[in-house]
Design a protein around this ligand. Structure first.
Ligand code: ADP
Ligand code: MG
Ligand code: MG
Length: 875
């Protein structure tokens, strides 16, 4: 029989896959002897089983849950629904990877009218008892029955108004009792049945709700963004309650052992007296800094400091903890390796190495490569920033610089960003529903909430700039405006925010590029030490190439030459070439382009300082280069001495039903060899020049023939490339080595790679086209139906962003297996979008590619991912 349920004391931290992160760590803390309210964990496998059973909890699992309720009652000495000593529990979700704010927790489960009266009498604290009950009804209704928080919040606000008070804590026992009654009425009204009184019925309702929440839209989006597979499922933790809301010697807090924004060592967190659960992060009341807790709760604080030390040493990483103080006594409710900004991650990893807690390899493995993105993106220009006068200040909750137009809702943020606007999302506070909007914004500014508020935590996770808790803002969300420093800001006005200092500025402040230095530099140097895969860049211009070199690129894996044709001075000559009637006329036009190409290539070789440069020959269909508007066509006709109709006929003639599968790639070289010849001349001449000027460099051009599907295509094109190149070299009277290889981007090329390898010096997997051709759908149109595919669970990811290892990956492996034995010198890389995606990089390392090539800003990410892949492979 399968074991579906574990007591906390039966688990440990290594059982994360089965018990989820929260459950595994609750078990580990229990084993370490820390004060954890006891309970049990229903496994992630039970969640998967629940879905397999058609969203039902089967009898075997039920039996084990029932058995563990009894065990829990024995351990705690309390009983569900008991008149003497009733058991109240929380029901908490917990997946393998932490998904903040994604799953919903229910507190104080087990209450009904009888039990409330019992605990009110026993504790002589009816206010607390009724506070628990109204919270429970609220959470249960929201999470289990999806009644919607809004109604309850409104009822609370009405009650506060009626009583003339501002804070929830000012409401009396009677007020709360009345509220509980109203809540139940609201529930009955919306659901059509009485609020459940039976604790066991409540418990099963809650457990199912947690399982269900694994499949809610927010969770699905979060998983896609964070590479978390749907198949993992979530565990459910049932834990006896610790009460932070029993009075002024109680409270609840969250804390980190190091500052999650900067990485600086030292306790960092917040504490709220007489509060429960999410109160501290919800931003409803402003919590006190953790240090202040030392004065008001000296014993609990001293205990907590000890616990922090134990946990950090035990996990050898910065810890993020949730705890509650009940009548002066400390209870630990959660610990995990804390989420942190990219900057903090680098600092903490370096510090842990310096403190002797971690090896260099472990430090490298600790950094999430995707987070580096923020550090590579622009920061405010220091000079401009110095001159700018902040108009307000909030908490620097997630570093980085952001400027853009103000929007007030997540939907607007998304819509505006989709039409290319840079926006800053300004909200009273954020909630999990806002995640997609937060993602679309440059930065997030909130009026309420501390460093651990939803906005702060989620923004840090996303690596998005966030300033939270700027109470000076007088917000009018309804009318989409706010006032700050005497000025009213409307939707669409520009604002700049600094997520490091928390400063807010009116208008736009210019930004500058970031550099790799300090701890970033140290980590990258370690990464370089431990990786095997080389990292190149996709760069078409010397500027991009230089940027990529700064970021550590070791070569160019893909230069798309066509991008060079679009510039003002060349496009005319190129169009002349396209419109030419004879090969001679074409050659004449190409002769005009040759010097431009040559100087472009020269600048690229110079930028790369002797490192390899792969130049792909003309790839797109010619139709992309000709004008489509009549005025432009007329201009072209005049320049060429042709009639407008003639030009129109040429443009018409280039039209294809399916240009991506049309006259492009090496097919262009087959029909117009003179284009490839001109490009060969440019490549070789530029290389000869640069080699002459820099004798110490090894300039060895790599010519890449695109879209080959048959060995004969490659052979045919290669022949005149080699003839042209050799003639150039001989004429110059120099020695120059060069290579001719191909892009593997058509499935047939992968399947016949043994043949192709005989003629190719290298393979470069063009996984954008390869993905398109393997799936048989266009990357430009897939966006239209991918969402439906996600919803239907056909796809979990965009295969154009994350390599499809099972299909496209298999073709790559096939090509390597077939190709390498035929040509031992064959070198192989990847140059699709996937070259900068960490999980795809891991795959490339595994199948033995020599390099990955990605856009300049992804180069550090790829370096780190390559190191992590190598380190993981060794372990
Ligand atoms: P999340 O994963 O969203 O943080 P949690 O399951 O950790 O959700 O719970 C939400 C809040 O409820 C947290 O503040 C947590 O500390 C609190 N909480 C959960 N279980 C208990 C419990 N048994 N006693 C007291 N507070 C609890
Ligand atoms: Mg938590
Ligand atoms: Mg391609």
């Amino acid at each position: 029989m399968n074991k579906w349920v574990y007591l906390f004391k039966e688990g440990n931290a290594d059982m994360r896959n089965l018990l989820g992160g929260k459950g595994a760590n609750l078990a580990e803390m229990t084993n370490l002897g820390l004060p954890v309210p006891q309970g049990f964990t229903i496994t992630t496998e039970a969640c998967t089983q629940y879905y397999e059973d058609g969203r039902e909890i089967n009898d075997e699992i039920k039996a084990q849950i029932d058995e563990h309720i009894i065990k829990m009652e024995e351990i705690t000495g309390k009983k569900f629904g008991d008149k003497q000593n009733p058991l109240l529990v929380s029901v908490r979700s917990g997946a393998r990877a932490s998904m903040p704010g994604m799953m919903d927790t229910i507190l104080n489960l087990g209450l009904n009218e009888d039990v409330v009266n019992t605990i009110a009498d026993l504790s002589k604290n009816p206010r607390w008892a009724w506070d628990c009950y109204r919270r429970f009804i609220q959470m249960y209704s929201d999470v289990v029955m999806e009644v919607g928080k809004k109604y309850f919040e409104e009822l609370i606000d009405q009650m506060k108004e009626k009583r003339g008070v501002k804070q929830d804590v000012e409401l009396t026992a009677d007020d709360l009792k009345e509220l509980a009654g109203q809540f139940k009425a609201e529930y009955k009204d919306k659901i059509g049945a009485d609020f459940p009184d039976d604790p066991k019925e409540q418990l099963y309702g809650a457990i199912k709700a947690v399982f269900r929440s694994w499949d809610n839209p927010r969770a699905n989006v979060y998983r896609r963004d964070n590479d978390i597979p749907y198949s993992w499922g979530t565990a459910v933790n049932v834990q006896s309650m610790a009460f932070g809301n029993m009075g002024d010697d109680c409270g609840t807090g969250v804390a980190f052992t190091r500052d999650p924004a900067t990485g600086n060592k030292g306790l960092f967190g917040e504490f709220l007296t007489n509060a429960q659960g999410e109160d501290v992060v919800a931003g409803v009341r402003t919590p006190m800094p953790i240090a202040q807790m030392a004065e008001q709760f000296p014993e609990a604080y001293a205990d907590f400091v000890k616990v922090c030390d134990v946990l950090e040493k035990h996990y050898r990483d910065m810890q993020d903890m949730e705890f509650t103080v009940e009548n002066g006594k400390l209870y630990m409710l959660q610990c995990r390796n804390g989420k942190r900004t990219a900057q903090a991650a680098l600092k903490i990893a370096c510090d842990l190495v310096d403190e002797g807690m971690r090896t260099e390899e472990e430090a490298v493995a600790m950094i999430d490569p995707r987070n580096l993105d923020t550090l590579l993106h622009p920061q405010f220009d220091a000079a401009a920033l110095k001159k700018a006068q902040p108009i307000g200040k909030g908490l620097g909750a997630s570093p980085g610089a952001a400027c853009g137009k103000i929007v007030f809702t997540a939907e607007d943020a998304e819509a505006w960003a989709n039409r290319g606007e840079k926006v800053v999302l300004v909200r009273l506070e954020t909630s999990p529903e806002d995640i997609t909007g937060m993602k679309s914004a440059q930065g997030i500014l909130t009026v309420r909430g501390g460093m651990t508020s939803h906005a702060a935590v989620v923004a840090r996770g996303m690596g998005k700039c966030c300033v939270s808790g700027c109470g000076e803002i007088a917000m009018d969300e309804e009318n989409k405006k706010f006032t700050l420093a005497g000025k009213t800001f409307h939707e669409g006005d520009f604002i700049s925010i600094d997520g490091t200092t928390g400063n807010i500025y009116d208008g736009l402040i210019p930004t500058v590029d970031a550099t790799i230095a300090g701890e970033f530099g140290r980590i990258m140097a370690w990464a370089d030490k431990y990786r095997r895969l080389r990292v190149r860049t996709n760069a078409d211009t010397p500027t991009d190439a230089k940027k990529a070199r700064e970021l550590g690129a070791e070569g160019i894996g893909l230069c798309r030459t066509e991008h060079m044709f679009f510039e003002e001075d060349r496009i005319a000559a190129f169009r002349e070439m396209i419109c030419a009637d004879t090969a001679e006329a074409r050659e004449k036009a190409l002769d005009k382009i040759l010097p431009y190409q040559q100087s472009d290539f020269k600048a690229l070789y110079e930028a790369l300082e002797g490192n390899p440069v792969t130049i792909r020959f003309l790839d797109p269909p010619l139709h992309e280069f000709v004008p489509h508007e009549e005025a432009e066509q007329k201009k072209l006709a005049d320049a060429l001495g042709k009639s407008l109709d003639e030009v129109k006929a040429i443009v018409e003639g280039l039209k294809e039903f399916n240009p991506m599968m049309g006259h492009r790639g090496c097919r262009l070289a087959v029909t117009y060899p003179e284009i490839a010849k001109m490009q060969t001349k440019a490549v070789i001449r530029a290389a000869i020049e640069v080699q002459k000027e820099h004798a110490d460099w090894n300039v060895k051009p790599e010519i890449m023939i695109p879209l080959v599907g048959d060995i004969k295509e490659l052979k045919y094109v290669k022949k005149f490339v080699v003839e042209t190149a050799d003639a150039e070299i001989e004429a110059a009277g120099v020695k120059l080595e060069y290579e001719v290889g191909t892009m593997i981007e058509i499935p047939r090329a992968a399947l016949t790679a043994d043949e192709i390898a005989k003629e190719a010096d290298f393979f470069c997997f063009g996984t954008n086209d390869l993905t398109q051709m393997t799936f048989g759908f266009s990357r430009d149109d897939a966006g239209k139906f991918l969402d439906a595919y996600y919803d239907a669970k056909i796809f979990e990811n965009d295969p154009f962003a994350k390599l499809d290892q099972d299909g496209v990956g298999k073709l790559m492996e096939t090509a390597l297996k077939l190709g390498k034995p035929e040509n031992p010198k064959l070198h192989c890389g990847i140059c699709g979008e996937h070259g900068g995606d960490p999980t795809s990089v891991e795959f490339c390392n595994k199948i033995g590619l020599d390099y990955v090539s990605c856009s300049p800003f992804r180069v550090p990410i790829a370096r780190l991912a390559a190191a992590q892949a190598a380190i993981a492979q060794k372990a």
